[in-house]
Design a protein around this ligand. Structure first.
Ligand code: ADP
Length: 186
């Protein structure tokens, strides 16, 4: 499924493994400690190789971890990308701990990092909806809404955002969120 924006900009929803999809920046659903983990984080480190963790070691030495809702940048090793943006998503604790704003901030921070580097194509996994337990429908709405608001702006240089969703259920939740944003289309 896709949504087109003015100037040829486009948002894609695809099912698959984010480590296999070429992009300028691949976003990782990391953790605040930046020490790697399971899920998509593990897959990115396995596919990208040790250089990513070596760079995270340096970032950790310089600034500690990564605040929840923010992101840090490394190179992408063997991944089909120039950069990995490691976003620290919120752990879901019932929804009253600012989780929605923190999740939106992960997406907007990564898009800002892409603009700063003049990147055209950014891929995202479904941040926080695995081990971090964020309810899928709510997380999908936040993700899709935040990304659409960004790429519909005239001044954005990001041309393409790809949500790479690992399983059909996650893909379908994002598709519903996108349809809710554009009820008159498709
Ligand atoms: P979090 O801790 O932020 O919840 P997880 O990695 O546990 O992160 O899960 C986030 C999402 O990433 C889940 O939908 C999970 O199925 C998905 N995922 C796991 N591996 C991959 C992968 N290789 N490519 C894309 N998505 C993945």
């Amino acid at each position: 499924m896709e949504k087109q924006f003015s100037g040829g900009k486009i948002l894609w929803l695809v099912t698959g493994d984010i480590t296999r999809v070429p992009a300028d920046a691949i976003v990782n659903a990391a953790n605040a400690a930046l020490r790697g983990g399971g899920g998509v984080d593990g897959a990115i480190h396995r596919a990208g190789g040790p250089v990513i963790m070596q760079e995270l070691d340096q970032i950790r030495a310089a600034q500690g971890g990564c605040p929840t809702g923010s992101a840090v940048v490394t190179s992408a090793g063997a991944l089909p990308a120039r950069f990995v943006f490691h976003a620290a998503g919120p752990i879901y604790r019932g929804g009253g701990q600012g989780e929605a704003a923190l999740l939106a901030s992960c997406y907007s921070t990564c898009l800002r990092l892409a603009e700063e580097r003049d990147l055209r194509v950014v891929s995202f996994p479904s941040i926080s909806t695995g081990a971090y337990g964020y309810p899928l429908e709510e997380a999908a709405a936040i993700a899709v809404d935040t990304v659409c608001r960004h790429i519909e702006r005239d001044q954005t240089r990001v041309r393409e955002v790809i949500f790479v969703l690992f399983d059909q259920g996650t893909h379908d939740a994002y598709a519903r969120a996108l349809q809710r944003l554009q009820p008159a289309v498709e």
